[in-house]
Design a protein around this ligand. Structure first.
Ligand SMILES: C[S@@+](CC[C@H](N)C(=O)[O-])C[C@H]1O[C@@H](n2cnc3c(N)ncnc32)[C@H](O)[C@@H]1O
Length: 280
């Protein structure tokens, strides 16, 4: 448990999908002036050094963040993410740092919004605290994020967005999430949820997807990209998916643009991008 470190994978193709989609989601939510409580159950360290041995070892960012860095100008759907990457590399000509979801969200949210960032790893949690120290409206919690959400005070009546980005280290995580998301989305009627899912050739996410389809009672959207059957790169991922419960108005178009432009950037067939209604 907790052997996963995102430093090996930061800035890969799935991160571009997840983070491009997250920025589209936050842009759609910001159209409503009501404050947002933004929560991450699995926050990571907030920023990743692509010169670190972990990133160098896998080189996964080379087909992801590095490809976006080199696209001048970046495709429209990925422009907000490209700006987020640029901001981490101010005063540099080369790409060295890649922002994690907490950093992207902290910058995209407004002064009136709040962040609650949960990270369980004993080294990643302090690193996250240090990286986000200047964002006073961000609380870093060294806790199990899924458990924390269950008992977070005042969430029932608050407008919230909850990002769930697990490492899927153990098969049991899929089953647990298949139960957690329907339960929590029923308990927190003012919250939207965004769950990231890996698409793998063995389809190990499919039973969870079926359970969610059956048990989620709130309207749910699924955005997905697939890039190449049997690809060996990126932990064997052949794609990436984002499940959004209670998506804000206008998200479908924004997400479709992110996905289409991502596949163009990756030189993958555009038919691999889908936005569909899962329930509701
Ligand atoms: C995929 S990474 C997160 C990446 C981050 N969301 C981003 O996009 O920048 C998953 C993180 O979850 C942490 N983690 C694993 N189980 C956890 C749990 N039960 N509660 C909180 N964090 C957990 C891991 O240590 C790891 O840092």
């Amino acid at each position: 448990m907790l052997s996963y470190l995102h430093s090996f994978h930061a800035g890969n193709r799935a991160d571009l999908h997840k983070h491009g989609g997250l920025l589209a989601l936050l842009a759609a939510m910001r159209k409503d002036p009501e404050p947002i409580t933004y929560i991450e159950t699995h926050a990571g360290r907030g920023r990743y050094d692509l010169n670190a041995p972990q990133a160098k070892k896998t080189g996964e960012y080379l087909t992801g963040a590095a490809a976006l860095w080199q696209a001048k100008p970046p495709p429209r759907g990925l422009a907000p993410l490209a700006q987020g990457i640029q901001a981490e590399n101010e005063d540099r000509d080369d790409l060295r740092y890649y922002p994690g979801s907490p950093m992207l969200a902290a910058k995209a949210l407004r002064q009136r919004d709040r962040l609650e960032l949960c990270e369980l790893h004993p080294k990643e949690a302090p690193a996250l605290r240090q990286t986000l120290a200047r964002f006073r409206r961000a609380k870093i919690r060294h806790v199990d994020g899924l458990e924390w959400v269950k008992s977070a005070p005042g969430l029932q009546s608050r407008r919230a967005l909850i990002l769930i980005d697990p490492s899927y280290e153990q098969a049991a995580e899929y089953e647990a999430l298949g139960a957690w998301l329907p339960e929590m989305s029923a308990r927190l009627p003012s919250a939207s949820f965004c769950l990231w899912l890996p698409l793998l050739p063995d389809g190990r996410h499919l039973p969870m997807l079926e359970a969610l389809k059956e048990n989620l009672k709130a309207p749910t959207m699924l955005g997905s990209v697939t890039w190449a059957a049997n690809a060996k790169a990126d932990r064997g991922l052949i794609g990436s998916a984002l499940m959004i419960v209670r998506a804000p108005d206008g998200l479908a178009g924004g997400l479709a643009r992110v996905q289409r432009d991502l596949l163009k950037l990756l030189k993958a067939p555009e038919k691999g991008a889908r936005v569909e209604r899962l329930t509701g």
